[in-house]
Design a binder for this molecule. Sequence first.
Ligand SMILES: N[C@@H](CCSC[C@H]1O[C@@H](n2cnc3c(=O)[nH]cnc32)[C@H](O)[C@@H]1O)C(=O)O
Ligand SMILES: [Zn+2]
Length: 429
Amino acid sequence: MSELLVSGGQVLLPDLSVERADVLLDRDRGEIVDVGDVSGGDDELDAGGGLVIPGLVNAHTHVAMTLLRGYADDKPLDAWLQEDIWPVEAELTAEDVRAGATLGLVEMLKSGTTALNDMYFFMPEVVDAVEESGMRARLGYGSITVGRDDDAAREEMRDGLAFAREYDGAADGRIRTAFMPHSLTTVGEAYYREFVSEAREAGVPIHLHANETTDEVDPIVDEHGVRPLKYAADMGLLESEDYLAHGVHLDDGEIDLLAERSAGVVHCPASNMKLASGMAPVQDLLDAGVPVGLGTDGAASNNDLDMFDEMRDAAMLGKLAADDASAVDAESVVEMATRGSAEILGFDSGRIEPDANADLAVIDLDAPHLTPAHDLVSHLVYAARGSDVRHTVADGQVLMRNREVTVFDEQGVRERASERAQALVERAE
Ligand SMILES: N[C@@H](CCSC[C@H]1O[C@@H](n2cnc3c(=O)[nH]cnc32)[C@H](O)[C@@H]1O)C(=O)O
Ligand SMILES: [Zn+2]
C-alpha cells in the first residue's frame, strides 16, 4: 500500500472544528486512512503552518469558457448569450474545448478545487482533460432543442444521453456523468417528456439551469399556468439525484417542493450578480433543508474559477438577499463548498475523515491577510483566496506541491489556451 502523510498542519474536521492533526492517505485506494497523531507514509506533504481542508467542489461550471473570459461583460443573461456567447460558441472546435478545459482545471487545482460539475460541448475532450488532471468530475453534454428542427433536436437529446451512458465511471471512477438538458426554456416539453425516462433507465442524474432569471420563469407560468419547478416535477424531473443550477427566482411552493424531493440547488452568486439575474433565497433553502452546493458557473460570467471568491460572494449576497447580516454564515458556506457540493454530485468527498475520498487542499496561513487567526473558518470565507493554496491532492495523488502543478505544464497550457482563444474570436468576427 502506497501512503502519503500530510503532516504538521491544523485540520478542518467534519464538524468544522479545527485541530492540530496529521492526515494519512492511501494513494492506491484514493481514500483517507486516518486523521490525528498518525505517522508513516512513503511520501510526505508539509502542512506546517497551514490549514488542511477538504478539496473544494465546484458544482456548476462550463469549464472551457475560460477561453471567453473577458470576451463579453456587462450584459444580462439573455443578451449575453444571444448576442455574444452563442455566436462565438458556434465556432468552437474540439481542440478549443480541450485547451479551455485544461486551463480551467489548472486554475481550479491551483486554488484548492478537487472536483467539479461541467456542462458543455465536445465533452469527450473534457473527459480526457479531467482524466489527465487527476481531478474528480460529474460531466454532461448540454442539450438544447430550441431553434432546432425535430431531427436535430432529437439528436441533441440522444447525444446527451449517449455521452452520459458511455462515460459514466471513466478515469477509474473519478468521472461520473449526468443527463444535462440545458434549461426549462431551451429544451421543449415534448423532448423532456420523451427523454427523461431514458435518463432514469440509464441510471444517471439530471442537471439543468432553472429559475435563473425572471425571463426563465414568466414564460413558463404564462404557457403552462404553473411555476417552473412544478412544471419540471410534472415532467418527471426533481428526483433526489437531480440538481439545478441557480434557483434564484423561487417561490415558497418551489422551495417546499425541492425540500420534499431533496433535489439539489447549486448556488452561483458571482454569476447571478454579474448578469444581474437576482439574489437566490439561499438562507430559505438552507432553512427548508434543501441540499445546497456552490458553483462558479463559467469563467465568462464570473470571471474566475476561484471557489474562495465564490464562498465570499455567497456569504455576502446571502446576507443582502435575507436582509439579515447573520444569514448564510461562514460555516454554512464552507459546508456548501465542500460536503454540500460533494453530496449533490454524488462524491464521497468534502470531509476529512477515514474512508472519505482523499481529496484535500493545504492553505498557507503565513500571510498578513490571514493574520491574526481568531477563527480559521471565518478566514476561509472572508479572507482567504485561491493563491493561498500550497498543496492540492485528489484521489490521493498530489496535483500541486508547493504551488507547482505536477500534472500539467502550466505555461504550455496557458499559451495554448491563449492561442486557441484568439483564433476562436477571430473566426467569430
Ligand atoms: N448543445 C448546446 C450546448 C450547451 S452547453 C451549455 C451552455 O450554457 C451556456 N451558459 C453559460 N452560462 C450560463 C448561464 O448562466 N445560464 C444559462 N446558460 C449558460 C454556455 O454558454 C453554453 O452555451 C448548444 O448547442 O448550445
Ligand atoms: Zn451555467
